[in-house]
Every structure is written in structure tokens, then in C-alpha cells.
Design a protein around this ligand. Sequence first.
Ligand code: SF4
Length: 610
Amino acid sequence: MLNRKLGVIDLSKEKIDIQEVSESLRRKLLGGRGLNSYYLWKLLPKGVDPLSPENILIFGAGFLTGTLAPSSGRFNTSALSPETGFLGDTNCGGFFAPEMRYAGFDRLILKGKAKKPSYIYVEDGTIEIRDAKDYWGLDTLDVQKAFRKDLGQVEMAVCGVAGENLVRFACIRTGIKNAGGRTGMGCVMGSKNIKAIVAHGTMGIEIAHPEEMLKVVEELKDYLMKSKITPILGSVGTPLLYEVSNAFGGIRTKNSQLNAWSDDFNASEVEKFVEKMISCSSCFVHCRHRNTLGGEGPEYTALGLLGSNIGMEKLEDCIKLQNQVNELGLDVSSTGTYLAWAYELYEKGLIDDKITGGIKLEFGNYELTKKLIDMISRREGFGDILADGQWSAKKLKDPNRDYLIAVKGLPQSDPHDVRYMKAFALGIATSSRGADHLRSRPTLEIFFKLPPDVRNKIYGAEIANDPTTLDTKEHVVAWSENIFATIDCLGMCKFICHGFNSPHFVDYNWMRRLINSAVDWEYSDSEIRAVGPRVVDIERLFNIKQGLTKAHDTLPKRYFDDPSPLKTAKGHHIDREEFAKALDRFYDVRGWTIEGLVKDARVQELEAIA
Ligand code: SF4
């Protein structure tokens, strides 16, 4: 059961190899992010150019994707990142991944480069490389309409014109807004001349104990619906976080020169633009907005990154910008961060009209931003410079990236200004794909004044009852990394993961029960708890192979040197000495050396997985 196949597609040789995946490998890493990272680590040599045919691109469905398990329609796309030069990996919802499994495949590995614009078509155990000349040049919405017109009710993962033009932060999209947003996986698609993976399947998925799965899903649904957070997510979605963060001064504003912004971006204002709430496959949370301006969203990330961070004053303009970014196939977080970076550099006089081609950059200018986003996606004029993301630092006269809010070359995903919330700071500093909240977001630190005994029980260690200290936060970050990596392997959404939005969501026990209803494994508690640490270590090994050192586990200069100026967070920053000590403690909790290396015995253990 769940034994869909692995399709290895050599685009240069136009050769397709369909393989089985061993049960022992799946038991150790389940699927999704775990197996993707494993294959990257094993297959990709050191020193490959991410935009060359030598890079590989992996689409991997989660272990439970396509089943009735709640919010389980997700997949990961992974490669060496053209945006960072380290691990490229991104998680996406929608309906594509279940369809890929119904078409017979858990995972597709793309190697080489197609000779001409192409797309991959998978259907009921078969894979074809097809001509994409009729689809090349279309945006992410138009291309999906075109495929459906030509091929019927198919599901697909596509790149937009930004991916075709090799913008280093181009994303992958399914549906109107679901994004495999981070680390430039749409750019890797473009570099391989691949416009889309299109799937149609009728094979179904065999479940070992269907009645037991129905029972567990029913129980889990009741449990999740009892949480106060579920109906809030289903009615206002992630914008609820904006108000919470803004209240204490935790919103990235104007490239983090400020840390609070307008109340006009609160969820109650977003509601005025919501047509209805919709969901991904198998999800009853339905946290996503269909907006009245022709798109979906905004998420909290768009409110911050294409709102406060670039100084937008009108919510309507922010929503229009995120719709535009979605259609062109750009990552919202990276786009908003690079724009804010350029705006501040221009404001400070570090770059001038000679570099911008006469364009006068300024925060809060909707028409300018709209034009620049279009220029980025087409690599026109100054947009061509910004399209290289962090690699444009020298051209932007900020060679050390002092003004760029990024870690390991990846712009921070979350609108959170982490100078106040110290566990957030440690999390984005150590995340395997760069400044990213979805690897270890310790949301419980924002939402709740949790009683110490509850907090300690959740994190399995004595945790300081103070969000502004780094003390003990190594446990919070490591615990969060482990459980979020596990849910990524299952293909379930983090929004219902224990610790991400609530302490009353899907924990290891629920995960184990779902697995044991799906397969005949008798998966144990210790087995499910071992998956996350394995994935984190494999990703560390991949990054080390690509040149990562302890020096990369750091934070943007501004977070160390410039205290937050506003509200409760005023005066807070990250102390370098305290951060260095926290990093050492974090390595210790992870079982790594003082230099952040995976110890030899562990490397041997992971190398033996097969
Ligand atoms: S909670 Fe939201 S993002 Fe997650 S699967 Fe459901 S609809 Fe999609």
C-alpha cells in the first residue's frame, strides 16, 4: 500500500526510468521532504551550478498525501537552490500531489535539461516528456487554464514567466495561490526548460486498514474542531497574526528600519476583500481566502512583505501586488524583501539613478512597485539586477549584505521582526533552508502565556517563561524542527501540527495512528520520533557538502546592531555574545559538534539507510 513509484526522468537523454522504493527507506524517512532531502544528499555532488543541467529537481508527495488524513494534500519540491547555493526545498498544498499519486507516482526526479520548452505528463503509471511550445510565456493562471482546456481535468505544478526567465526566487504554483514559494524552485524548472508537471490519475490509493483510518480521521477531526484556533483559521486565516504581532512591535516595516505599521492591515480589514474561504485537498480547515480582486490571499506573509515592509499604506494595493506576484510566479517573501532592500539603499544614497536606470525608488509607491515586479519577472532593466536576489549585492553597493534581511542568502519568510522574540531569532538563524519560519516557528511563544508545566511538557525541557531571552530556546527550536520535519514527510499541513498554531493539534501519537491505519507496519512511538531528527541531520549534511559552515548560522546585521525603535519591543535586539552561546547550546541539543558538524557515528548511521 502507498507503494507508488519513483520516476527518474533524464531530460537531456529523454530517458525515463521507473523504480520501486524500498520499504526500509520509507520507514526511515516516510516521504515528502524527508525522501527528497535524502535523494538530494545522495545524488548531488558538491560544487554543481544550480542553474546547470547537473542540478536535479525532485517533486515528492508526502507519505499520507492523497488519503483522507486531514490537510494531507501536500508535496515538497527540492533541488540545490539558485537563490542561496544551499538546500532548496519548498512545501506546497493544493490538489496536484494527490493527483500525482493517483497517477502512480510518489516522486519524480528530473535530471539534465530538455532541449526545448517541455512539460512532464504523468498518467496511470506512465510518464511522458511533451512539447510545451503552446504554454511557454504564459503566467501561472493562464497556463493552468490552457492545460485544462487541452487535457481536461488535470492537476499541475507550474512555473510562471519568472521561472522561465530564471529569476532566482521564482516559485512553483498549483492553483491560484498555492506556492512552492521558497528557494527558487520555479527558477530550477525554468533552467531545465520545464514549464509544468501535469498529472491525471485513476489508480486510487490502497489503504491497509480503511475502517481504522476512517475512525482515526473522524476522531482527529473532532479533536481539531474543538480547538479555538481551527474556526479562527477557517474564518480569517493567517492575517490574524498581523494584529497580534503589530501590537507589540513585531512587524517588519520598511526593511526593518521600523517594527510596527498601520492597523489598516488587520484581519478585520482583510475581511472586506474576502469573497469566500477555500481549502486544499483533504482539508476541513479551509484557511485560504478567495479575494475580491481576482486572486487568493493575502496571507500574513503578504500583508507584511508586500505591505508594511515596502511601506504600502493601502491594503487594496498590497492585495493587488500579491495577486500580481502570484500570477508571475515569484516568491512573495523574497520579492518583498529584495524590494525593501533596494528602496532603503536608494533612500540612503548607496545606489542612484545610474544603477536603477533612472527609476526613483521609494517606499509606499504602488505604481513603482507594480512596474518593478513586472520588470523583475522579465529581467528588464533594473529588474534584471533585482532578479538575481542576494547575488546582486555588489551591484547594489551593499557587498556584505548589511541591509538585506536574509540568512544563508534567503530573505526572511515571516513578517516577524525577531529582535523581540528570541526563539524566532534562533530558529531562522539555524534553519536548513535559510531565514525561514516554517522549519521551526515557535508560535506558542506569541499566542499564549502557557503555564510553565504545560510549556515544559510540550518541549521536553525546562523552558524560560520569557520570550525575550535566548536562554533555553535551543530546546524550543530543536523540538519544533523535529516535529515540523515529520509532518512535512507525511504531507500534512503544518497549520494543524502540534506546536505550530496550537498545543492541541496533531502530535506524534496522531501521526503514528494515521500511519498504522494506512500501512501494515505497526510503527512505534520511537520510530515516528526518530524521523524528524534524521531529516534535519540529512539536510545539515547536504548543506555542509555544499559549503555551509558555522558562520552561516547567523542573523541579519540589523537584528544585532539596531534595536527595535517602537512599542513593547523598543530597545530589543540580539546580543552577539548571547546568540553565540545559544548557538553552541543548540548544536549540543542537536547532537552536532561545536562547529555545527554532524558527528561521524551519526553520518555512518545515515549513510547506511537504504
Ligand atoms: S490549513 Fe490551509 S494551507 Fe493548510 S491544507 Fe488546509 S487550506 Fe491548505
